[in-house]
Design a protein around this ligand. Structure first.
Ligand code: LLP
Length: 416
């Protein structure tokens, strides 16, 4: 991959002085998101999948500036809720000719209010596509008068991903059973829906080791597409393209994934669609957090930082590894210690890492947490009455406060 657009951006590649400066100006904890890197990630993906329609899985990071930047680059947006659909349409308004055509709503056990809202938005944006994962949802859409573009999500029976909690492909919750898919497609067409596609998603954080699972998923989708009772406009094989979280981990060989996809789909006469989330935004973001407490104990050195599981949930929820870097200018001259970095939340799972070798931390240091652009702010919460942090975007060397830091008033705002 070209030097100007490397396949991975490691935490070490970020300019420490610049990050310290952003921390100085905007406080801690702080999410920093490089929109140029988001665009570069898309260009790399588009080169590997030149014929695919790329639909960004907004759930990874719904910041309006991300949605607009990707929309401008020609990316569609895959949405998991009515809220995401509304935000996507809003971000694409004025950016593309017909925002509805670029938005796909993947209805997972959709609450009634979501269907009400999406159907209302569809009347305004009839190009919008709704993906259903249960025959039930067809009834509920019909009741609301929806007869627009429809895609059927299939349970491909193969799952993959970085953790069992994100392997969706074989979970009955997602998609109609594979053997029933043809009937559901036929039924939907009979009932007057504009059937345009089929969809499946194996899981999130797919690595090179999962290539066989991906190949199998795509092959099954190919078989289904060839037998489809109606002509299909697209076959959407989901997202899940992984990124390396550990410093020694190699990047996913995207060309190998693309080749496997093309081979398996072969002669299928429908456009390929993919739905990357993490791949586009993960390494475009870091989380900055200050060290509050350094406590030497017989077992380990406990390093308390001001971000916690309420800021970045992934380590607590999936035991996810995130690289940490001390931004202090003299970090390289310090000896290292085995550090257990913890947040301020009253939960034992509020730990970023255990016994990791780090330059001896000092109170007042700022640490950078790598790969925080995907599923970071999105999964943040107010637990322990913690206001959520600010987000700064960086673009062409310019930093902009994209979302202000919350205050306690934001946390209590909705109380009667
Ligand atoms: N399409 C569908 C239908 C999905 O459910 C997802 C993710 C994606 C695309 C995008 O997957 P990605 O390319 O980002 O891996 N919170 C977890 C990840 C959950 C993903 C849920 N669905 C994490 O932090 O690892």
């Amino acid at each position: 991959m070209s030097a100007s657009n490397p396949a991975v951006r490691r935490l070490a590649d970020w300019d420490a002085a610049r990050l310290r400066d952003l921390r100085e100006t905007h406080g801690s904890p702080l999410y920093v998101l490089d929109l140029d890197r988001v665009r570069a990630n898309y260009r790399r993906l588009a080169r590997a999948f030149p014929d695919a329609d790329v639909r960004y899985a907004a759930k990874a990071n719904t910041l309006g500036r991300v949605l607009t930047a990707l929309g401008e680059a020609g990316v569609g947006i895959e949405c998991a809720s009515a809220g995401e659909v509304a935000r996507a349409l809003d971000a694409l308004e004025g950016t593309v000719d017909d925002p509805g055509e670029r938005v796909q709503y993947t209805a997972v056990n959709p609450p009634a209010g979501d269907l009400d809202t999406v159907v209302e938005l569809w009347r305004e944006y009839p190009g919008l596509t709704t993906t259903v994962g249960a025959a039930d949802t067809l009834d509920r859409l019909a009741e609301r008068g929806y007869d627009g573009r429809l895609c059927v999500r299939v349970n491909p029976g193969v799952g993959a991903g970085h953790h069992e909690k994100v392997s969706t492909g074989a979970e009955p919750k997602f998609g109609v059973p594979y053997d029933r898919a043809t009937d559901v497609l036929a039924d939907a067409a009979d009932r007057g829906f504009d059937v345009v596609g089929i969809h499946a998603h194996a899981g999130s954080g797919i690595s090179g080791d999962d290539l066989a699972a991906h190949r199998e998923l795509v092959a099954r989708m190919g078989d289904l597409a060839r037998d489809a009772p109606v002509p299909l406009e697209f076959v959407d094989v989901g997202g899940g393209f992984g990124v390396p979280y550990r410093p020694e981990e190699a990047p996913l060989d995207l060309d190998a994934v693309a080749d496997a996809t093309r081979e398996a789909l072969g002669d299928v006469d429908a456009q390929l669609a993919v739905e990357p989330g993490r791949y586009l935004v993960a390494d475009a973001g870091v989380l900055l957090t200050d060290v509050n407490t350094v406590k030497v104990t017989p077992e380990t050195t406990v390093v308390g930082v001001d971000a916690g599981m309420t800021t970045l949930l992934r380590p607590a929820m999936y035991d996810a590894y995130h690289e940490l870097r001390t931004l202090a200018p003299d970090a390289g001259e310090r000896g290292t210690v085995a550090a257990t970095v913890t947040g301020p939340i009253c939960e034992s799972s509020d730990v970023f890492c255990t016994d990791r070798e780090l330059p001896a931390p000092e109170r007042g240091d700022t640490l950078a947490v790598g790969n925080a652009g995907a599923y970071g702010y999105e999964m943040a919460s107010h637990y322990n009455s913690r206001p959520r942090p600010a987000t700064v975007t960086v673009e062409g060397g310019e930093a902009t406060l994209a979302r202000r830091r919350e205050t306690l008033a934001d946390v209590t705002r909705l109380e009667a």
